[in-house]
Structure formats: C-alpha cells, structure tokens
Write a protein of this length. Structure first.
Length: 315
C-alpha cells in the first residue's frame, strides 16, 4: 500500500499550485497588515473569496474555443425619452480583468453600470453576466446577480442611520453563517485592509468622501463578489486618496481574481488599472481595446480626448 501511495504522489512545481493553496497565499498577502487578533479569521474569509472567484472564472462558458467574457454588452441601446444614451454599444471583459469606461460627462458611463445591476433595462441588445443573459430577469433573479456583482457608487451609498461597522456587516448578516464575533473580526479586518482602521463606531456623516468610498469597498468585499463595479472612485477625493484607492483596486483584482469595471475620467487612473478600455462618445463605443491599442489609435475624437487630459494649465 505504501508503494502504491508513493506512486500516486504528484510533484508540484512552482507553477503547479493547488487552487486552495494559491487562494490562501493570495489572502495572506492581502491581509498581511491586518491586526493579529483578527488576522486568522479575515485571512480565511478572503481565501474563501479568492477560491470561489477562481472557480467562478473558470466556469464562464467559452466562446469559439476562446475564454468567454464574464460581462459583455452586445449591441445595447438605451434612451430616456428622446435622449439617446447608448446606441449599438458592444464591449466585453474577461474573467479577472479590469475594464475602464472612459468618456466625457453624460455619455452613458454610469448608466452602463446601472444596467448591469438591473436598475435600468436596455431598449435593445443583450447584457451577459457569467454566461447568462440578464435582460429579461425578474427582480428576484437580479438579486441573485447582485450577489455576484456589486457596485461602489460615487456617494458610497452607505446607510446613514447606522455605523460604519454595521454598514460593512450588513452583507455578512445576510449570509447567516458567521457567529457575531466572527462578523466583528471580519469587519475590523476589512476596514483595516481598505485604510480606514478603527472607524467602526463612526457614522457615515463623520467621514470624508474618500473614506466613504473606502468603506463602500469594504462593504462590497464583505459580500464576497465575483465582480465589482466602481463608479468614478476618484471624483472629489484628494490625489493621495485617489492613489490609495487605485492601489487597493489593483490588489483586489490580482489577489482575489475579481473582475472589475471602473468608470473614470482620469486617464492616469485608467492607465494604472485597465487591461482594456472602452471610450464612449455620443452614444456609441468609439473605441474598445487595450491601452496600447488606444495609444496607437488615430481616431480624431479619441486623440482630442487624450490631448485634453494631458493639457496642463499654467500656474
């Protein structure tokens, strides 16, 4: 028997790591600075999230023998009365990637996110999430989608009447599988991870805009999502907080295998995060591709947008 067991052993190389081990290693790096008294619980929670996301990404159906997108817009149209917001818009994002949606104000960037969350329905076209067409979903079905895909709103969308800690704990209470002390440990650890340690007992009204965004990200992580949608995360925050938020979003993507969509007008932020970008203009997707492809594009509207972003006004 011992000889048979020996023959069945698999020798692992540095590139051949079991999913559980990889998730544990990623969670350990992500939670490295979390307080010792909650570290074990938070690391286990994040490792569980990483492993779930890795499995979810692998389960996305292929397209034409190629990895299928986690999220896609296929010829989507949306109008409000006579005002056309999106016209025949198509783009996609692969599992575990980050897509940045660029464009001037009022071109449908935030509306795109809200359609993904089911707050609006497209007039025409198809929106796919994890291989499922969500356009005809009922509100009950969309609630299931929102357990996979969560959104960080510009204003944070925190519950004003409860504390920061209770805001972050809200998704944990819905799970109903954690003891109270475990929930409090996860809340403390998540707040430390996003840079707002020790603020559990404050109300949202006590926080700056950047801090509210950080708390909103912590609450999003508490739901262990497969994808996170960020709506203008750097708007109305100081450069330092914007830099910290960018680093955090990048770490979450890398270590939790999160699929991310970031709506932004900040090209430096987009360059830091994006695997692919879509540029919306006058209702259409004027460009969709990698950042390198965007830099090589000769489209005059896109070039003007990029030139305006690089413009430095004299002091």
């Amino acid at each position: 028997m011992a000889e048979a067991d020996e023959n069945q052993k698999v020798v692992k190389t540095s590139g051949d790591v079991a999913p559980g081990e990889a998730a544990t290693a990623a969670a350990a790096e992500l939670t490295a600075d979390v307080s010792p008294d909650v570290h074990e619980t938070v690391q286990e929670f994040m490792a569980e999230a990483a492993q779930q996301n890795e499995a979810a990404n692998e389960a996305v159906p292929e397209r034409r023998n190629q990895p299928g997108p986690y999220i896609s817009f296929d010829h989507v149209n949306k109008s409000f009365g006579d005002f056309v917001v999106l016209k025949d818009v198509s783009f996609s994002i692969l599992p575990g990637e980050t897509l940045c949606i660029l464009g001037r104000s009022g071109v449908g960037k935030s509306v795109s996110l809200q359609m993904l969350m089911g707050f609006y329905k497209p007039d025409k076209g198809r929106i796919m999430v994890a291989g499922e067409d969500i356009c005809g979903y009922t509100e009950k079905q969309m609630q299931e989608v929102r357990r996979k895909v969560t959104m960080v709103f510009q204003n944070g969308a925190l519950f004003d009447s409860i504390t920061v800690g209770e805001n972050v704990a809200f998704p944990l209470r819905e799970r109903r599988d954690l003891a109270e002390d475990q929930m409090q440990q996860v809340v403390k650890g998540l707040l430390e991870m996003v840079g707002v340690a020790g603020m559990e007992d404050l109300l949202p009204s006590d926080l700056s805009t950047g801090m509210k965004r950080s708390v909103a990200i912590a609450r999003a992580l508490a739901s262990q999502p497969e994808a996170v949608l960020y709506d203008e995360p750097t708007t109305m925050v100081d450069p330092l907080m914007g830099h910290l938020l960018g680093n955090l979003i990048e770490r979450l993507k890398t270590q939790l295998h999160l699929t991310s969509i970031v709506v932004t007008h900040d090209m430096r932020f987009a360059r830091k995060l994006a695997d692919r970008v879509v540029f919306l203009h006058e209702g259409g997707a004027r460009f969709f591709g990698t950042m390198a492809e965007m830099d090589r594009s000769e489209d005059p509207v896109l070039r003007e947008f990029l030139a305006m972003d690089e413009l430095v006004l004299p002091a």
